[in-house]
Ligand binder design. Structure first.
Ligand code: NAD
Length: 351
């Protein structure tokens, strides 16, 4: 069982039961008034941390919804100001972390995170919020959590299918970091190191969602994938996921999951080092087909049709995607985007 991590420049705790250390770590970091941020349905974890913090707890904001709508961000900012908080700690998935980040853009606070999914926002300087009906993203040092407590026990509550899709979300970050046009050495190394634990976590959780060893592998892989995301530019895959989510309202995790084998297959001829890393980590000479195979075996959908898309929608999506140049190892034009989307519409094993 993986039970610890060390990091040279940040505070990260890792291991089953690590949530119990969150309060003392926050105290050691000088936190005086901590606002916890979570979804109401899953506020149990935030309440536990608040209780352990005692008089350093400044309250629990439980208004997180999916994504980061403007009104939710504003309500969290108001709660932070009212509580005079100096730390905002997200307990939850990427949506909770996103709300804490939105607060850090507008208030002078440090951010912490206790993640309960594998999406990976907790290690990045990237923020994303809805403004005027559009998702606005950017990078800002202030939003990067200073403390992250990874407790695999917390992800046991995540249902099997949601867990598998969340792992694929993390894997998409790693795969794009492997072939990114711009990436730090650290990001590429983290991406390579994440491949085996993410796939082991995927197959282990698929077999038994309560398997703590598999949960720990997935959590470790998620941490590495988040490091990869923070230090690399994203490419084709994220462009298409953004277009489909933004213009067709397809759900975030499903869109990433379905696209991934096809975006990987498209870029593979132009990304030999990425293919070599994947082949080695997964003991296969056809990583995109292998990924499609494990997804199919787990009963996950592999066609964009399951998200309500059809030929007309993907033609429109290809046009939208091609409007702006995007860094990608293989040159991209409308036909390229359309080829990837057609393959993903079919749901068949990528060639
Ligand atoms: P999320 O926080 O919306 O969680 C996904 C689902 O899991 C939700 O339905 C939630 O209710 C459920 N959930 C969360 N914790 C649970 C638990 N312990 N038990 C049961 N269910 C639980 O989203 P996510 O998948 O964690 O992250 C995706 C979001 O994060 C997207 O908005 C994405 O854009 C963002 N994101 C941002 C970054 C970044 O660096 N800024 C990185 C990755 C993802």
């Amino acid at each position: 069982m993986r039970d610890f991590l060390t990091s040279d420049d940040d505070w990260i705790r890792f291991g089953p039961g690590a949530e119990a250390e969150a309060a003392s770590l926050l105290t050691r970091l000088g936190a005086e008034r901590v606002l916890l941020v979570c979804q109401e349905r899953y506020r149990g974890g935030a309440d536990r941390v608040a209780e352990a913090l005692g008089d350093r707890a400044a309250g629990v904001f439980s208004g997180v919804t999916v994504q980061v709508p403007e009104d939710v961000a504003q309500a969290a900012v108001d709660a932070t100001r009212q509580a005079e908080a100096d730390w905002v700690v997200a307990h939850g998935g990427g949506s909770a972390v996103g709300v804490a980040k939105a607060v850090a853009l507008r208030c002078d606070v440090s951010v912490g995170a206790v993640p309960t999914t594998y999406a990976g926002s907790e290690r990045t300087r990237i923020y994303g919020l809805m403004q005027g009906g559009h998702k606005v993203t950017g990078r800002d040092d202030r939003v990067r959590p200073r403390l992250v407590v990874y407790d695999p026990e917390l992800t046991r509550g995540l249902p099997r299918v949601l867990s598998l899709k969340s792992i694929l979300n993390a894997l998409a970050h790693s795969i794009e970091a492997l072939y990114a046009v711009q990436a730090t050495d650290r990001a590429r190394q983290a991406a390579r190191d994440s491949l085996a634990p993410l796939l082991d976590g995927f197959t282990g959780i698929d077999a038994d969602p309560s398997d703590l060893e598999a949960r720990a592998e997935a959590t470790y892989g998620a941490y590495l994938a988040a490091e990869a995301l923070d230090g690399a530019s994203m490419a084709l895959h994220h462009k298409l996921a953004h277009v489909l989510g933004g213009s067709f309202g397809t759900p975030h995790a499903d869109t990433h999951a379905i696209l991934l084998p096809y975006t990987l297959a498209f870029n593979a001829p132009a990304a030999p080092e990425a293919v070599a890393a994947l082949s080695q980590a997964w003991s296969t000479d056809a990583p995109a087909g292998h990924l499609h195979g494990v997804m199919t075996a787990a009963g996950l959908p592999t066609s964009l049709r399951t998200l309500g898309l059809d030929e007309a929608a993907i033609s429109r999506a290809a046009e939208l995607a091609a409007r702006k140049a995007y860094p990608n190892p293989r040159p991209l034009d409308r036909d390229g985007f359309h080829a990837v989307l057609s393959a993903a519409l079919s749901g068949a094993a990528p060639v």
